[in-house]
Write a protein that binds this ligand. Structure first.
Ligand code: TTP
Ligand code: MG
Ligand code: MG
Length: 450
């Protein structure tokens, strides 16, 4: 069957395992054989939970749920494999998790700890690869084509990675070795936890997944699966037999799904570059909805400082600012403005608070501020001359001080002295809750200025 899988629309068809495989010109099979890659995918088992269990033996062997606490609003970030026996999963509402496992141990995440562990992990893994791509704190693709040179050595690398991760950091990971990124990711998931699996060829990949649900394919999430199921396309086999329909239903994404259903994925392992980040944002969900927009405005000051901090750390600036709100009825809205390149909290606050004034004023469950359309600092330095930057800085410094002084006067917390702490996720949340409660409290007592 011929169908367009490339934008240029030129198709080759080759046959593997009696199946026609759509083949895009120039991407595959140059000179008659696919460019062989050997890719390792590593993913930690129950990452946040495993770190906590490693550090506190009392948690081991228990159903441990990391995320919100049962009496709070929020979701499960992850849970130990013991907790998974109760059907608890990442992103599940915390109340539902509690209903399933009331005797579980519930803990807040400790991001700074996980980040530090993550850096140690990636340092070990990277030594085996000519290129490595960090996908998440607990996960990476490693291109070992040139470092291992053959399958047997790649297998040894994989086992050494597992061993060193265990010996040096006391944590288990699952590792997949395969001919492509998609297959390597599938392989690492295949035998979780503490698993190892190989998928050496597209044929082996297809054999493994052909009768599984479409969700086995990387990037097919709940929404896409629903769409495909509704059209009677349930398995990978169904996708292969209905490629035109899949492409019709899912457009460009459908082209990709069709390709991987045939085992085709020649994406390279591309090291993460901060400038590839699409946006930098911080948000908070309230324990109780907030109707007081003056408090929301104050919270935007803190969020703006957090975004500035993050942007400066990665050396990026944004040309757009966003405000994000989720109302009490779960309706989400976002507003954005294009601005001259900035990483300044003052600008982020000015823009987001301006946008806040324009939205429908209903009780709010979540508020977020962010920068998007990111770019490095270099351009800024060339574009704006010293005088502009200096002027900007002086003005900014004054406004920064004033913003923090205002907050301090309203809430009695020394925001300026505690700014560093606010950057920590949990402290930010606690502070915001304090601001909300303090304001309610004052209102109950008659409100007004102090
Ligand atoms: P995952 O690798 O998806 O999950 P995991 O390591 O906890 O469990 P496993 O890989 O063994 O299935 O995510 C890594 C970490 O990212 C996870 O420990 C917590 C965090 N996370 C969230 O905070 N929210 C989420 O929805 C998911 C999926 C992960
Ligand atoms: Mg993991
Ligand atoms: Mg992961």
């Amino acid at each position: 069957m011929l169908h367009s899988v490339t934008e240029c629309g030129i198709i080759f068809v080759i046959t593997i395992a009696d199946k026609e495989i759509p083949e895009s010109v120039g991407e595959q099979c140059k000179g008659g054989g696919a460019m062989q890659q050997i890719i390792i995918h590593v993913d930690m088992d129950a990452f946040y939970a495993s770190v906590e269990m490693r550090d506190d033996p009392r948690l081991r062997g228990k159903p441990l749920i990391i995320g919100s606490l049962p009496n709070e609003r929020g979701v499960v970030a992850t849970c130990s494999y013991e907790a998974r026996k109760y059907g608890i999963r990442s992103a599940m509402n915390i109340k539902e998790a509690y209903r399933r496992c009331p005797h579980g141990i519930y803990m807040h995440p400790n991001f700074y700890k996980y980040k530090a562990v993550s850096e140690q992990l990636h340092r070990i893994w990277n030594t085996y690869a000519s290129a490595s791509q960090t996908i998440a704190l607990d996960e990476a693709y490693l291109d070992v084509t040139d470092t291992a040179k053959n399958w047997e050595t790649a297998r040894q690398f994989a086992h050494t990675i597992k061993q060193r991760t265990k010996d040096e950091l006391g944590l288990n990971c699952s590792v997949g070795v395969a001919y492509s990124k998609t297959a390597a990711k599938t392989a690492s998931e295949e035998k979780k936890p503490n698993g190892y699996f190989e998928i050496p060829t597209p044929e082996a990949f297809v054999d493994l997944i052909i009768d599984r649900d479409v969700r086995v394919l990387y990037t097919v999430g709940a929404k896409t699966a629903k769409k495909l199921h509704a059209a009677g396309i349930h398995t990978v086999r169904d996708i292969r037999e209905n490629t035109d329909e899949v492409i019709r239903l899912c457009g460009k994404h459908g082209q990709w799904i069709t390709q991987i259903a045939f085992g085709i994925d020649d994406r390279k392992v591309t090291p993460y570059r901060p400038e590839d980040a699409k946006s930098i944002g911080r948000e908070v969900t309230f324990q109780k909805d907030v109707s007081d927009y003056a408090v929301l405005r104050d919270i935007l000051v803190l969020l703006a400082f957090c975004v500035e901090h993050r942007a400066k750390r990665v050396g990026l600036q944004g040309r757009g600012v966003t405000l994000k709100l989720t109302y009490a009825d779960m309706k989400q809205i976002s507003r954005s403005h294009t601005i001259p390149q900035t990483d300044s909290a003052v600008t982020i606050f000015r823009e987001t608070s301006g946008m806040l004034e324009q939205v429908e004023q209903r009780p709010v469950r979540l508020i977020g501020a962010g920068l998007y359309n990111l770019t490095g600092e270099e351009e800024e330095r060339q574009l704006t001359f010293d005088d502009i930057i200096d002027d900007g800085k002086i003005v900014d410094e004054d406004v920064r001080g004033q913003l923090l002084a205002d907050l301090q006067q309203r809430y009695g917390l020394d925001f300026a002295a505690n700014l560093e702490k606010i950057y920590h996720y949990e402290i930010l949340h606690k502070t915001v809750e304090y601001m909300r409660k303090y304001n309610l409290h004052r209102r109950e007592n008659g409100g007004g200025e102090r």
